[in-house]
Design a protein around this ligand. Structure first.
Ligand code: C5P
Length: 398
């Protein structure tokens, strides 16, 4: 809930501005007050009348409005808010924010404030991918601006890719997370993700196909519900999510140490594909190829991080969730794994060749708990993550 919170909503000039009407409604449903500000370009897409009708407040549009300057002033306007939200945040607005320009009311408010800022970028794919936009994004993040989206998808300009503004409910979740108001506010959750790499010698290693997509999506969904997330990741092929504490590791042993160092936690979710074995004796220099002689590698067992944490007694997180990647007898194997490892839930998925789970966008999972098995339909990994995060929030009493 956002009762008692005031959001200063800066609407930029992009086609996604129409989604702001819904965003305003969603915010007000949750008890927030919305002070709307529109750029000149925004007025080409939605009318100030619709915005003020939904917000129940006057729309601020002019920097040089003498009456308002006498009454309150643009500086005050930004400071009485709990959060400034820029949606849609166009490439132009991003550039101005990153460069510190203040030529109109919206940008002046952003410069004059000491209140946290969240922006929801929306633009054409090429504009989003342009090095200038990416530079501006990095600058804004370095300045402490939180960012939600953009999402991949069909765009009004007929292209496909990243650039669609986050949906209103995603923006609401990001607002709640930023204000510490989500159901997981105050909860600390460890998420492991990606593969581990076990060295053979200084140039070679053993690893697996895990991309880190599912673990990253889970961390994102937990942050959206307000959790403080420690994200312990191996060398994954997708970038870590925004808004988490990232701990990068290479081997299973490193991962165990990083997880132990991150305790205590309210929950721990082990989505990493940890190598079961490491090479017992890592060669100090590169192993040479010798004609006719094949090397023999001896293996040692890696620590089982999930089992170690699930069975630790004192200081064990209240909820410990493991994953089971199986190619056959998915549910039966997951049930046995849950009992063997001592964790609370197992998220089981089928990774047999042809399922496209490894590195793919979708996943079909079964949630194995002490109460039985839930079969979830095939859905995007991001949706699996959101549903799982909701379940975690319920389990932790959020
Ligand atoms: O035993 P298996 O590897 O199938 O178990 C998978 C689950 O255990 C995953 O949640 C994985 O992150 C975790 N695991 C672990 N440490 C290991 C092996 C697996 O945390 N060494």
């Amino acid at each position: 809930m956002l009762t008692g919170k005031r959001i200063l909503l800066i609407i930029g000039g992009g086609i996604a501005a129409y989604k702001c009407l819904d965003l305003i409604r969603r915010l007000r449903e949750r008890g927030a007050a919305v002070t709307p500000v529109m750029t000149r370009a925004a007025e080409e897409f939605v009318t100030p009348l619709s915005v003020s009708a939904l917000a129940g407040e006057e729309v601020h549009r002019d920097l040089f409005d003498l009456t308002k300057e006498a009454e309150m002033g643009h500086i005050q306007l930004s400071r009485v808010a709990d959060l400034l939200v820029v949606a849609p945040c166009t490439a132009d607005l991003m550039g101005k924010m990153a460069g510190g320009l203040a030529g109109d009311l919206a940008t002046t408010l952003l410069m004059a404030t000491d209140t946290p800022v969240l922006c929801a970028p929306a633009m054409n794919v090429r504009m989003w991918q342009h090095p200038a936009t990416q530079r501006n994004l990095a600058q804004l993040q370095a300045d402490g601006v939180a960012v939600v989206g953009p999402n991949d998808g069909d765009m009004a300009c007929g292209e496909f890719g990243p650039g669609r503004m986050a949906e209103p409910l995603e923006i609401v979740a990001a607002i709640e997370a930023r204000l510490g108001a989500g159901p997981l506010a105050g909860k600390r959750i460890i998420v492991t993700s990606g593969p581990t790499q076990e060295p053979i010698d200084p140039v070679r290693y053993i690893s697996n196909h895990s991309s880190g997509t599912q673990g990253t999506a889970i961390a994102t969904a937990l942050v959206a519900l307000g959790a403080e997330v420690v994200f312990v990741t191996g060398p994954a092929s997708v970038p870590p999510p925004q808004g988490v504490q990232v701990v990068r590791i290479t081997t299973a042993q490193d991962m165990l140490e990083a997880v132990q160092a991150a305790l205590p936690a309210d929950a721990a979710i082990f989505a990493a594909a940890v190598a079961d074995w490491r090479v017992a004796q890592v060669a100090e220099s590169k192993m040479k190829k010798t004609r006719g002689a094949l090397p023999t590698l001896e293996f040692a067992e890696n620590p089982d991080i999930l089992a170690t944490v699930a069975q630790m007694g004192d200081g064990r997180p209240g909820l410990v969730v493991g994953f089971a990647a199986e190619t056959d007898e998915v549910v039966a194997n997951a049930q046995a794994k849950r009992a063997r490892k001592g964790c609370d839930w197992i998220v089981a998925n089928d990774v047999a060749t042809g399922t496209g789970t490894f590195g793919g966008a979708d996943n079909t999972v079964h949630i194995v708990t002490g109460d039985g098995v839930e079969d979830w339909p095939r859905m995007a990994k991001a949706q699996v993550a959101e549903r799982l995060a909701q379940r975690v929030a319920e389990a932790l009493g959020g």
